[in-house]
Design a protein. Structure first.
Ligand SMILES: Cc1cc2nc3c(=O)[nH]c(=O)nc-3n(C[C@H](O)[C@H](O)[C@H](O)COP(=O)(O)OP(=O)(O)OC[C@H]3O[C@@H](n4cnc5c(N)ncnc54)[C@H](O)[C@@H]3O)c2cc1C
Length: 278
């Protein structure tokens, strides 16, 4: 059965009673089916206005789960969101950006999901709603592996919450694919960098996607960057060993060695881009 609830409350109960599958923009849902038809009930959540759009709260920027990538591109957001906006602009085509949602990208949990590294460096949390209530958890805990999340079958990802204390930090997102557009990432990197008046790095967050089962923060590198001069040499300070916790694979898009090498270059360039924007 095809079900199309109008409110979050109805969607939560329809999902629980039907045991159906959630459909948002459908840009991952349908390709995953291939030639097959959906099995079981489909709960189309695209009419639920409460979980669409972006709002500023005292402590967080709230991004509704149904917010599309086009809406991210168009929203006036603090500059620490530049990386997320770049990831939105670089995904798929304009048609995909118009349909694809933030929650769909996170719940599908592809290792190559471009939305994940920029949200990891923003230390985003996800808000999940079910008949038993609401729970929140850091995005880094929510995605546990290749297409694996902690979402229970009766939960709807209602919002992504980004803490506001890094709003003034510079950020950058760089993606490498086999061509410029409409391409799955070989590697992608997001950086948020806080730089003080004396041009010294005071806080650094770096995440790499497509090079492990789920995108990873490079926490050791982040610690090492603090205290460095934020100048044109910052990227050159990054060494291959600082990316050692990545575990890229060989596949049709690239070899593991190429992914490691490309990631190092992307990390260096993303740091330099942040310095240029400070
Ligand atoms: C041609 C093409 C190009 C693409 N290019 C890119 C790209 O460059 N980068 C990239 O990262 N992705 C890309 N994608 C993938 C896709 O567009 C994104 O991942 C998109 O954000 C998915 O959102 P959606 O709303 O379409 O999700 P859907 O397809 O509707 O759903 C995806 C999964 O998430 C679940 N789900 C959806 N919403 C919720 C929710 N609120 N709560 C709980 N579960 C939910 C669904 O049940 C399903 O399992 C591309 C896809 C296509 C077809």
């Amino acid at each position: 059965m095809y079900l199309r609830p109008k409110t979050l409350h109805d969607a939560v109960s329809v999902l629980a009673s039907s045991g159906g599958k959630i459909l948002a923009g459908g840009t991952d849902f349908y390709p995953a089916l291939g030639e097959r038809l959906p099995q079981g009930d489909v709960v189309d959540i695209t009419d639920i206005r409460e979980i669409r759009g972006i709002s500023l709260e005292a402590e967080h920027v709230r991004i509704g789960g149904l917010t599309t990538w086009t809406e991210i591109v168009r929203a006036p957001l603090p500059r620490c969101f530049d990386a997320l906006k770049a990831a939105a602009r670089e995904r798929g085509s304009v048609q995909i950006q118009n349909r694809g949602t933030v929650a769909g990208n996170l719940c599908n949990a592809s290792p190559a999901a471009d939305g994940v590294p920029p949200l990891l460096v923003l230390e985003a949390e996800v808000e999940l709603i079910s008949p038993s209530g609401e729970r929140r958890m850091p995005l880094g805990e929510f995605i546990t592996g290749n297409r694996k999340t902690l979402r229970r079958a009766d939960e709807i990802l209602a919002a992504v919450l980004v803490p506001r204390h890094m709003e003034d930090a510079a950020s950058a997102f760089l993606k490498l694919g086999a061509r410029r557009y409409l391409v799955i990432s070989i590697s992608m990197v997001a950086v948020v960098l806080r730089i003080d008046k004396s041009m010294t790095v005071t806080e650094a967050r770096v995440a790499v996607g497509s090079c492990s089962a789920a995108a990873r923060r490079l926490v050791e590198l982040e610690k090492d960057l603090v205290g460095h001069a934020a100048d044109s040499q910052l990227g050159a300070t990054v060494r291959a060993e600082q990316l050692a916790l990545l575990s890229p694979i060989d596949d049709v898009r690239a070899t593991a060695d190429y992914r490691r090498d490309a990631s190092l270059t992307l990390v260096r360039r993303a740091l330099e881009a942040c310095v240029g924007r400070a």
